[in-house]
Design a protein around this ligand. Structure first.
Ligand code: GTP
Ligand code: MG
Length: 321
């Protein structure tokens, strides 16, 4: 479930102002999770961590935000929300099956893979599909794309729309694209997504790419903690949007040769645990022969791991044969 995942992923290092040394002191004194810090007094925290009381107050304020103190829902409300979960077709039956029926609302689905593996193509296809009628696997909805790499191509939308028998002009009118110029801009656009959702029925929010700005702006180990904290916040803004508007969230992510969290794994996705814990579905894409792509589902809460073959063609994303 989304909720239990959400509870799990915050660690005390995610709190602004808590570095390695402070985290160690806090842990030694029993402040080992965000909730314990959220309910601590500034004086106590300042004493055990050897930090100024003002800083302790700031840490506590952040922890209170992260721990969602005071946000209660009944089991009935949660069940009710889960009942509203809908599936959006990916364009490929193979991929739909791998995902248990398609992209799920109230969740984040992440595609990661090397350049040219088809992530952006899959995002374009998802955008087209969301505008399709419900009986064809669509949402009859509008789409918001946060484009960080300037790779949105209306021409591709037109090709894909024609193949699905859709009016390309109508499809293009329903796709709202926002260029994000840096990671802060990207975060802001996600925060403001709800403003657009009040005006248009947005049931799909795409971030392509989730990590590219973060990766280039926060180089080196020294800035890793800050990057992870910002990414964490961003992911949770996205998840919140998906929950409130019962929308599908899809994001793309590249793989890093540089060992960061998954030390030594040459195919590690960027963003490590933060992205991994918040994305409900993670799909690893690999290039294969003749425009084929192998999609592998990893680390899903309730679906079996597995892989399938899709094809990226002129017409868009279809089953691989
Ligand atoms: P990065 O963003 O660079 O990490 O890559 P990506 O994973 O987003 O790759 P993208 O989705 O841009 O895939 C590009 C690939 O899709 C191309 O190399 C082609 O193989 C394929 N492709 C894109 N457009 C077309 C098309 O019109 N026809 C066909 N047959 N293939 C296409
Ligand atoms: Mg791309």
């Amino acid at each position: 479930m989304v909720e239990s995942k959400e509870q799990k992923k915050y660690t005390i290092e995610d709190l602004p102002g808590v570095g390695e040394a402070t985290a160690e002191k806090l842990r030694e004194n029993g402040y080992d999770d965000v909730m314990t810090i959220a309910v601590a007094s500034p004086k106590d925290l300042s004493d055990v961590a050897g930090i100024a009381e003002g800083n302790a107050s700031k840490i506590i304020a952040a922890a209170r935000k992260y721990a969602d103190v005071g946000n209660f829902e009944t089991g009935e409300e949660i069940l009710e929300r889960r009942r509203e979960v809908k599936k959006l077709t990916t364009g490929s039956k193979n991929l739909d099956n791998l995902l248990g029926g398609g992209f799920e609302t109230q969740s984040i689905t992440e595609f990661f893979g090397e350049f040219g593996s088809g992530k952006t193509q899959i995002m374009h296809q998802a955008a087209v599909n969301a505008t399709m009628p419900v009986e064809n696997g669509g949402f009859d909805s509008d789409v918001l794309i946060i484009d960080t790499e300037n790779t949105f191509r209306p021409e591709r939308i037109i090709q894909m729309s024609k193949f699905r028998g859709l009016d390309p002009d109508k499809v293009l009118k329903r796709i709202h694209v926002a260029r994000a110029y840096n990671s802060h801009h990207q975060i802001l656009l996600a925060e403001r997504a709800s403003e657009l959702a009040k005006e248009f029925p947005i049931k799909l929010l795409i971030v392509d790419s989730l990590t590219s700005h973060f990766r280039s702006e926060y180089m080196g180990r020294g800035s890793l903690a800050e990057r992870q904290q910002l990414l964490n916040r961003h992911m949770h803004d996205l998840l919140k949007f998906g929950t409130i508007y019962n929308a599908v969230i899809t994001v793309t992510n590249q793989v890093s040769a540089r060992p960061d969290v998954f030390f030594g794994d040459p195919t590690a996705p960027i963003g490590g645990n933060v992205v991994g814990h918040t994305a409900t579905f993670r799909i690893y894409l690999r290039k294969s022969k003749g425009g084929k792509r192998i999609a592998r589902l990893i680390d899903s809460p309730y679906l079996p791991e597995g892989e399938t073959v899709i094809q990226i063609s002129e017409d868009g994303v279809i089953d691989g044969v």
